[in-house]
Ligand binder design. Structure first.
Ligand SMILES: Cc1cc2nc3c(=O)[nH]c(=O)nc-3n(C[C@H](O)[C@H](O)[C@H](O)COP(=O)(O)OP(=O)(O)OC[C@H]3O[C@@H](n4cnc5c(N)ncnc54)[C@H](O)[C@@H]3O)c2cc1C
Length: 411
């Protein structure tokens, strides 16, 4: 028997591709993990902006299209800075900045030389110069990580910070648009909704999913898993819950690293139903400290406009809903997304306790080795959180299929 922990996109994708008997144990009453939607009042909300990126994975697009149709969106994202909307990526659109800033920024970028960066702080200065780093990258990344940028290793974000080639920067300085730059120039969203995607995607495995079945302990010597009411034996275990949690619930310590050495951010997502849509972008980055949120966007594919606002919070922070609503109103007004608070029809918040992995210096010494060691005990830890990495949903589908095929080949 193959046991799968977690019925998110990773767990379900693995299950669909296994050739042996399996069972999925899911903590919650519903499937889909972070890639689905939750219901609040009469509305279904995503867990923050969630789009499929298939740029380097056409085979995953083809595979998922067997289950639902996707709608393609050409990215229209912005940066809101110095009181104006500027197309993303900012480094390619310097013409939109006031002269006092753009001349200096251009001069510095043109003088940047290729050099080794020891951390994210150095990476942005080495590639964009001091001025643009101070205007955009450092404040944005500090808000996003809430962690010392000098302690974060660079190049772990899979190209989400596009490094400018100098010719393009110069053209952008003169007014050319570069809207197709970066890792996700187009993205896809299920024709109906993420919820609908999961209903269809899980159809052939749904009878093998046990919901409300939280895994509480794993004995890796006896190959058993315990939940509140049940006890299971496994030959192989596919884990998609955060590696940090997995290390906590494995009974035998066997020199596995302490779960506390794995660092992450937590995200507070505020979802807002609006009376009308006043802007025509997908999302906007907010580097400035006058905004408590780092990103605001409209969800795609909704009949009524729904906005999400994302903010990094320190674990276990208590949130005062009234203050959050006040911040939301101020932010949406400053961005001209509402004229007054009466345009907000409904408001809801959700905390994602583990949202982004922090790649500090320990990561390289701990994560790859731990994943290999787990494999030697028959445990394949996959997905963005199971493998403790920065991956997208399509990366997770791909690695789940590879894992299922690996296990199939072991019989
Ligand atoms: C704010 C935000 C925005 C994002 N935007 C995008 C995007 O635009 N595009 C993109 O491709 N990706 C995006 N992602 C990443 C995406 O959410 C993940 O790649 C994906 O959800 C990972 O799926 P998973 O199945 O591996 O994990 P999860 O979705 O976390 O699923 C794990 C499952 O395990 C269950 N579980 C947890 N503990 C236990 C337990 N003890 N026992 C049993 N079950 C348990 C959970 O309930 C959950 O159902 C975003 C993530 C965040 C946080």
């Amino acid at each position: 028997m193959i046991l799968i922990i977690g019925a998110g996109i990773s767990g379900i994708s693995a299950a669909k591709n296994l050739k042996r008997d399996f069972l999925i144990l899911e903590k919650k009453g519903d499937i889909g993990g972070l890639s689905t939607q939750y219901k609040s009042n009469k509305y279904f909300f995503d867990y923050g902006g969630h789009y499929f990126h298939f740029k380097e994975k056409p085979e995953i697009k083809k595979y998922l299209e067997k289950f639902v149709n996707f709608k393609k969106y050409d990215r229209r994202s912005k940066v809101y800075i110095v009181n104006k909307y500027i197309p993303f990526p900012l480094q390619f659109h310097l013409s939109h900045l006031p002269s006092r800033l753009k001349n200096k920024i251009l001069e510095e970028i043109l003088n940047c030389t290729e050099q080794q960066s020891n951390n994210l702080f150095e990476f942005v200065e080495n590639n964009f110069g001091k001025k643009l780093s101070e205007l955009f990258f450092k404040p944005f990344l500090s808000k996003y990580y809430r962690f010392d940028l000098k302690k974060i290793i660079s190049n772990m974000d899979k190209g989400s910070i596009p490094i400018p080639d100098k010719k393009s920067v110069l053209q952008g300085f003169k007014g050319k648009s570069f809207l197709k730059i970066g890792y996700n120039p187009s993205f896809y969203y299920p024709e109906k909704s993420l919820k609908d995607f999961f209903i269809k995607y899980s159809n052939d495995v749904k009878k093998k999913i046990m919901v409300n079945e939280e895994v509480l302990a794993i004995d890796i010597d006896k190959k058993t898993v315990r939940t509140k009411d049940n006890f299971f034996h496994y030959e192989f275990l596919i884990n998609s819950i955060p590696l940090k949690t997995l290390l906590q619930i494995i009974k035998q310590k066997k020199n596995f690293p302490l779960h506390t050495s794995l660092l992450n951010t937590s995200t507070l997502v505020t979802n807002v139903v609006l009376k009308r849509k006043r802007k025509n972008f997908h999302w906007v980055y907010l580097p400035e400290n006058k905004f408590p949120f780092y990103r605001v966007g409209y969800y795609p594919g909704k009949e009524i406009p729904v906005c999400y606002l994302e903010k990094t919070v320190i674990n276990k922070t208590k949130h005062n809903k009234a203050n959050l609503l006040k911040d939301t109103i101020i932010t949406l007004k400053k961005l001209n997304l509402i004229e007054n608070k009466n345009e907000i029809l409904y408001f809801d918040t959700k905390v994602i306790p583990i949202s982004y992995i922090i790649f500090d210096k320990n990561w390289k010494n701990i994560v790859p080795q731990t994943l290999e060691k787990l494999k030697s005990f028959g445990i394949f830890s996959i997905g963005r959180y199971g493998a403790w990495n920065y991956t997208s949903m399509s990366d997770d589908v791909k690695s789940a299929i590879i894992t299922a095929n690996t296990i199939n080949s072991l019989y």
